[in-house]
Design a protein around this ligand. Structure first.
Ligand code: SF4
Ligand code: SF4
Length: 100
């Protein structure tokens, strides 16, 4: 397992996935220039956006209510916005203010 105590010589070669689902270990939101904005008035909580996020960055409650984004993980790829059938996720510039 990769962790923040490892030196550069201990890391696997670039592009090698040592374990699945490891995006939660990294703050992939550090290099984003656009981000998703949740439009709550349009959201039907269908949960279609949740499984497509490659970084597990969509926050939802145990009652399956979409609650917004973990911006430390979200890399701004826009997949969630593309799949939302209700146009409830708008991609905006990184410096745009959003509720977090
Ligand atoms: S896909 Fe759209 S409508 Fe469905 S939970 Fe996500 S934001 Fe809400
Ligand atoms: S833009 Fe959407 S799908 Fe892409 S990383 Fe952020 S929350 Fe996940």
């Amino acid at each position: 397992m990769i962790n923040d105590k490892m030196g550069v010589k201990e890391l696997p070669a670039a592009g090698v996935i040592t374990e699945h689902g490891n995006s939660e270990q990294f703050n992939t939101g550090e290099w984003r220039n656009r981000k998703p904005k949740h439009l709550l008035d349009k959201c039907k909580h269908c949960m279609m956006c949740v499984p497509v996020c490659p970084d597990c960055a969509i926050i939802h409650s145990e009652e399956d209510k979409m609650c917004g984004f973990d911006y430390s993980k979200c890399k701004g790829c826009g997949v969630c916005s593309a799949v939302c059938p209700f146009k409830a996720i708008e991609m905006v510039d990184e410096d745009c203010e959003v509720d977090e």
